[in-house]
Design a protein around this ligand. Structure first.
Ligand SMILES: Cc1cc2nc3c(=O)[nH]c(=O)nc-3n(C[C@H](O)[C@H](O)[C@H](O)COP(=O)(O)OP(=O)(O)OC[C@H]3O[C@@H](n4cnc5c(N)ncnc54)[C@H](O)[C@@H]3O)c2cc1C
Length: 465
């Protein structure tokens, strides 16, 4: 790939429909029918006569929580980068979600606090808020309405191969093993995907797994909200804290207006710090935060606190595998699952779907591993990983007093300058939020002129210039 990551990312974030949609397969099969699987199925519907989604949970279009997605009780927002791609693949999705109670949060209704200080509002982009089961069910409704997409309630158990390419999927349905012939397979089985074991067992290369310790403790509860979305001064707030300013050891809190006239309130702490597990403690912590938090938890509890722990961020590297099955790709959390506090998972999955489209219209050689797909997808994974893992690595190094290479120290210093300048400089806030919203690649923040601007703005703000 000769293009720069910024150029590749820019191309992927376009929102026009693909210029052509050749039918390439008789049957394409998606393993895992959650967000990444549904979006991949939507793209494949343009290129296959039949798309079969194999999902082990009994999925429902009503949007009830389910076992296969243990994180679905926690706060989820849909960033502008992902929303634009979903709108690209499913036009009208946003309007339909709003009609069903989802809340589209405009730039004036969202705010980010850093240690209690409010960031300058950056950009014009809108965020879609709804609970995770709500967002997923809206997607499922649209994708399963496509005439050539269907779901099979079954657990995928392995793959079969012919001439170095995937040729069939094995699955277990109602206790009975079966197999179905396929022309192309997408692994969307989430962060615990067994694909690596499956391919290794048959003699193919196993993608390298990289893990970064995060130790996040989430707690999310829902509260009644009396105001309609359009009447809300703020509909979405994110508050980040660093010691010693953290109330009760908290690292991040979020308040989102969601469907059913509710506030979803999420509190997150790292490591040994536990986020509140009783409503009294939850309310007491929120009272120490910006006023919107106290206001949101003052209503009746509509769903008690549910907690979630995630030990690590992880990514699997599919690039450069010389001995990997053809006609097989992986998307969503199965490829990379990040510190969720950055809210990048759904947007990454949506961009992976766009990578799949780009690959399929590029006349790839289906007898070879999908190297072109994995190369473009890596740009998206790197973009999200740079933001989330970069922050986590800096936090861990500070806690452990680790020795840090000079170049990494310089990058962290520049990022720190940019983040501080989002409190005082609109241009920096715009550039930063475009990256945080997955509308631009993080390398765009490396522009020396932007860093200089941030340094000057910080000096002015602290009275040094
Ligand atoms: C606490 C938390 C908060 C988050 N907040 C946000 C947020 O605010 N914004 C955001 O964009 N992202 C957020 N995320 C990330 C987001 O949840 C995921 O990135 C997103 O759901 C992508 O999911 P996926 O489809 O790749 O995998 P998953 O949603 O994990 O789905 C995997 C699917 O595969 C199925 N499956 C697994 N194995 C098999 C098998 N053998 N056979 C058949 N089916 C199988 C499972 O049942 C499941 O349906 C958050 C994550 C966490 C943990």
């Amino acid at each position: 790939m000769t293009e720069s990551p910024i150029a590749v990312f820019d191309k992927l974030t376009r929102v026009d429909p693909p210029e052509r949609t050749p039918v390439l397969f008789d049957t394409a099969c998606v393993l895992g029918g959650s967000i990444a699987g549904l979006l991949a199925a939507r793209v494949l519907a343009d290129h296959a006569r039949t798309v079969l989604i194999i999902e082990r949970d009994q999925v429902n279009v009503e949007g009830r929580p389910r076992a296969g997605v243990p994180q679905d009780h926690q706060g989820h927002g849909l960033l502008p980068g992902g929303l634009a791609q979903i709108e690209r693949w499913l036009p009208g999705f946003t309007r339909e979600a709003q009609d069903a109670g989802g809340v589209l949060v405009g730039p004036d209704q969202q705010v980010v606090y850093l240690d209690g200080n409010q960031q300058v509002r950056g950009g014009e982009a809108q965020i879609l808020m709804g609970s995770r089961p709500f967002l997923e069910s809206r997607l499922r409704r649209r994708v399963l309405a496509l005439p050539n997409v269907s779901t099979l309630s079954a657990q995928a158990t392995g793959l079969e191969y012919h001439d170095g390419a995937v040729s069939a999927v094995r699955y277990l349905a109602d206790g009975v093993e079966d197999v179905t012939s396929v022309d192309f397979v997408v692994d969307a089985m989430g962060r615990a995907s067994r694909l690596s074991e499956w391919v290794e067992r048959t003699g193919y290369d196993r993608p390298r797994l990289q893990r970064l310790r995060t130790g996040i403790n989430y707690a999310t509860a829902l509260f009644a909200r009396s105001d309609m979305p359009e009447d809300l001064e703020l509909a979405c707030a994110l508050a980040q804290f660093s010691p010693p300013s953290s109330p009760d050891g908290l690292a991040v809190g979020a308040v989102n207006a969601v469907e059913g006239e509710q506030w979803l309130v999420m509190l997150m702490a790292y490591g040994d710090n536990q986020s509140s597990s009783s409503i009294e403690a939850f309310r007491s912590t929120c009272a120490k935060m910006p006023p919107i938090f106290g206001e949101a938890v003052s209503g009746a509890v509509t769903r008690e606190i549910l907690t979630y722990h995630q030990g690590d961020s992880r990514r699997r590297d599919f690039t450069g595998l010389s001995n990997f099955p053809a006609r097989l790709v992986s998307v969503g959390d199965a490829v990379a699952s990040f510190n969720p506090v950055y809210g990048q998972g759904i947007s990454s999955a949506a961009l992976h779907a766009s990578c799949l489209s780009q690959y399929l219209i590029g006349d790839p050689a289906f007898g070879l591993p999908a190297a072109e797909f994995f190369a473009v997808q890596e740009v998206v994974v790197d973009a999200a990983w740079t933001i989330s893992a970069g922050g986590d690595a800096a936090r861990l190094d500070a806690i452990e007093g680790a020795e840090v290479r000079d170049d990494v120290q310089r990058q962290r210093w520049a990022m720190d300058q940019l983040i501080r300048a989002t409190l005082v400089d609109e241009t920096v806030a715009d550039a930063f939020s475009a990256v945080a919203f997955m509308l631009a690649h993080p390398f765009s923040l490396g522009d020396p002129a932007l860093v200089e601007r941030a340094v000057a703005a910080n000096q002015r703000a602290s009275g040094l210039a």
